[in-house]
Design a protein around this ligand. Structure first.
Ligand code: TMP
Length: 212
């Protein structure tokens, strides 16, 4: 099973991905917890280049191909082998982030993104995608408060984009979720870590396609 977490900045995806992983392990499942960008050793380098606020000169097309390079490496080196071993893979972000950020945020055409993405990831689509949803401005405030990388006042290179950019990202995420209701679980990301975790577990266990 391939599970992804998606959402705007400051939704608590990483924390919630970790908690779901622990929950599944407590049921005796083998889980590989990973993320994009940066799920492989090479991918860590791509992550540094993409998110470092010093790289203001990085152009939109170069940014896009760095995300795809990261994904191609991630899928081939880590995700597919783990899935073949029967291990549950949970990724903190994946293809939908490209559609939301590079499509919604940067304005690149979705059809083009889909074609390039399918090539980068061998058409691997998650079985289930948990979309943590929060108002973009609330999320950005949270992200800036809890920052772990790049100590710039306004966050990493992507967090530094305008509120309008982040609102477009959220809009595309919600559109993707309504177009594929069988794959997406939309979870309200407001409230405490425990509240959100409980909502995720409830929706996840009710999800009809789940065979645990
Ligand atoms: P995060 O892992 O800390 O959320 O940071 C990753 C950032 O990269 C986040 O701002 C979303 C962005 N992103 C894209 O713009 N496109 C992508 O395809 C992915 C995976 C992430």
């Amino acid at each position: 099973m391939f599970i992804t977490f998606e959402g705007c900045e400051g939704t608590g995806k990483s924390t919630q991905a970790g908690l779901l992983s622990t929950y599944l392990e407590s049921l005796g499942k083998k889980v590989c917890l990973t993320r994009e960008p940066g799920g492989t050793a090479l991918g860590q380098n791509f992550r540094q280049i993409i998110l470092n606020p010093e790289n203001q000169r990085l152009v939109t097309r170069a940014e896009l191909f760095l995300y795809f390079a990261d994904r191609a490496q991630h899928v081939e080196e880590l995700i597919l082998p783990k899935l073949e071993e029967g291990i549950i893979v949970i990724s903190d972000r994946y293809s939908d982030a490209t559609y939301a950020y590079q499509g919604g945020g940067r304005g690149i055409e979705l059809d083009l993104l889909r074609q390039l993405n399918e090539y980068a990831c061998y058409k691997l689509v998650p079985d289930i995608t948990i979309l943590l949803d929060i108002d973009a401005s609330t999320g950005l405030l949270r992200a800036r408060k809890n920052r772990k990388e790049f100590n710039e006042e306004n966050g990493d290179r992507i967090e530094q984009q305008t509120l309008d950019f982040h609102e477009r990202v959220r809009k595309v995420y919600l559109e993707l979720a309504s177009a594929e209701p069988d794959r997406f679980l939309i979870v309200d990301a407001n409230g405490t870590i425990e509240d959100v975790h409980a909502r995720i577990i409830e929706k996840f266990t009710n999800w009809s396609g789940l065979e645990l």
